[in-house]
Design a protein around this ligand. Sequence first.
Ligand SMILES: [Zn+2]
Ligand SMILES: [Zn+2]
Length: 95
Amino acid sequence: MIDPNCELCRQERRTEWHHSDDVCWIAECALCDTPMIILNWHREPTASEIEHMKVVSETYYPGYGWRNERLIPNHWHKHVLPVAVIHPAERYREE
Ligand SMILES: [Zn+2]
Ligand SMILES: [Zn+2]
């Protein structure tokens, strides 16, 4: 589940990484200096991977929420931001 044309799959360390494990990593977004949580694979996460990423996100950024992405829709990743600054229409919600 890796797409060689996908910049997230290539995992180029162009910005600082705050965390990485066997499910996800957290890196600064090169465009807006905001942390992003990114799935290691080019697909949608499973329910247990979502749970894992919530724990990781909460560990580094307690009380923050996730903003849905527009630019790279095929590779699961979310900006991690204080809930108050995320537009309600862009806020991640569970299905
Ligand atoms: Zn990808
Ligand atoms: Zn960004």
